[in-house]
Design a protein around this ligand. Sequence first.
Ligand SMILES: Cc1cc2nc3c(=O)[nH]c(=O)nc-3n(C[C@H](O)[C@H](O)[C@H](O)COP(=O)(O)OP(=O)(O)OC[C@H]3O[C@@H](n4cnc5c(N)ncnc54)[C@H](O)[C@@H]3O)c2cc1C
Length: 438
Amino acid sequence: MAALHLLRKQHLVGNTISHLHTSSQAFTKQHYKMLVLGGGSGGIAMSARMKRMLGAENVAVVEPSEMHYYQPIWTLVGAGAKSVASSGRSTASVMPSGVKWVKSKVQQINPKTNTVLLDDGTEIAYEYLIVALGLQLHYERIKGLPEGFEHPKIGSNYSVQTVEKTKKALQDFKEGNAVFSFPNTPVKCPGAPQKIMYLSDAFLRKTGKRESAKVMYYTSLPVLFGVKKYADSLWEIVKRRDIQVTLRHNLIEVRPDKQQAVFENLDNPSETKVIEYEMLHVAPPMGPNLAVKASLLADEAGWLDVNKETLQHKKFPNVFGIGDCTNLPTPKTAAAVAAQSAVLNRTISKILTNEIPDKKYDGYTSCPLVTSYNTVIMAEFDYNLQPLETFPINQAKESRVMYHMKADVMPHLYWHGLLRGLWGGPEIYRKVLHLGFK
Ligand SMILES: Cc1cc2nc3c(=O)[nH]c(=O)nc-3n(C[C@H](O)[C@H](O)[C@H](O)COP(=O)(O)OP(=O)(O)OC[C@H]3O[C@@H](n4cnc5c(N)ncnc54)[C@H](O)[C@@H]3O)c2cc1C
C-alpha cells in the first residue's frame, strides 16, 4: 500500500522518483566542468566515462533516487522468473568513486546561463551538460489508475512498485481473459508489453490453465513489431499459440472493481470496447521528462533535441543527450544507451579539443523478445529498421542461447560493463563475427 501511495505521489509531482536527500547539499560545489543529469543507465555510464576523460573531481551527477534499477529484467520479474531484489542496487554502489553525487531533483535547466536549478533551491553551474533524465510514465492518463493497482489481477512491469503485481495476477489466474496493452505514445522497450504476454501464455500452459484462458493483446500500433523480419516471426507465434491480437486499440480506462478494461478504437475514437479480464497487464502512456520538456532544450514534442548522429544538442553546443529523454528516432532501450554512450564519449572528446565529432550513431537498438521461459528472438536493428544482428545466425528464430543471453549474460554486461563505461554495444563483435562485412 505504501508503494502505491508512492506511485500516486510520483504522478502528482510528475517525476519517476520522489526520494529527497538534502544532506549532501551543504557540500555541493556550485560549479562543475561536466554535469550529468540523471543517474540511470545513461547517466551512470556517461559519468564513468567522463571520470576517465576529465577526472572524478570535475564530474557531478544529479539523481534523487537511493536505488538504481536494471529495468530490462522486470520482464522476467513480472513472469516470476527473477526476483525484484535482483533488479536493484544502491545508487551509491553504482556511482563512480570520487564523482560527486548530488542527491536532488532537477527543477529547471537554464542553458542560456549554463545553470541547473535543483528542487531545494540550489543552483549548479556547468561548462558541459549531459542530459540523461529518462522518460515519464503516465499511469494517471488511464482513468482508474494508478488507484486501480490497489486491486488484485492487475499489474505493470514498467514500475518497480507494480511489477510484482503482474506476477501475483498471473499466479492467481483461474479462468478468463489475460489482457495485455500497448499505449498510444512512444514507449521504452516497445517489445516489453508483448514479452510478458508470451511469458504469461507459457505460464498458463505450464500450469494447465491455458485451456480456460483467452490471451489477448491490444496494441495502439498498426503492426505487431516495427521491423518486418521479427514481426513475421511474431505473427507466426501468436497464430501457433492462439493469441488474439487487436491492432489500433488504446487502453483508456480500467474498472478494477468490475475487472473491465476499456479500449478506444484509434481509427474510430467514438467506438470503445469493454473487455472483462481475469488478468490485466498495463504498459502505461509515456512522455518526455518534465524538466526537459519545460526547458529550451526540448523539441516541439518535449524531447531533448539532439543531433541524431553525434548526440550533441542542436542549439546549445555544450549540451549533450543520451537515452530515453532524447528525440533520437530509434526505440528507447538500454542497448541503445550502450551504443550511444560510445558515440557520445567520442563526440565529447572531440568537442573538448575543438575538433569536429566524427563518430556517428546509426540508431542501433536491441530488443530481446522473450517468447517463453527458455526462448528469445533477439531483435537488433538500426534507424532504418534494418536488422543489425551481432550473431551469424538467423536471430528472428526463437533461441535458447539468446534466452540465456537475456536472463544471465546481459545483466552482467549492464552492471559490470555499461555502468562502468566499458560497454559501448556489440559493434566490434558484430564486425568480427561477420568477418568485417557488417
Ligand atoms: C519493463 C521494461 C523492460 C525493458 N526491457 C529492455 C530490454 O530488454 N532491453 C533493453 O535494452 N532495454 C529495456 N528496457 C529499457 C531500458 O531500461 C531503458 O531504455 C533505459 O534504462 C534508459 O536509460 P536512461 O538512462 O535513458 O533512463 P533511466 O535509466 O530511466 O534513468 C533516468 C534517471 O533520471 C532520473 N530522473 C528523472 N527525473 C529527474 C529529475 N528531475 N532530476 C534528477 N534525476 C531525475 C531518474 O530517477 C532515473 O534514475 C526496458 C524497460 C522496462 C521498463
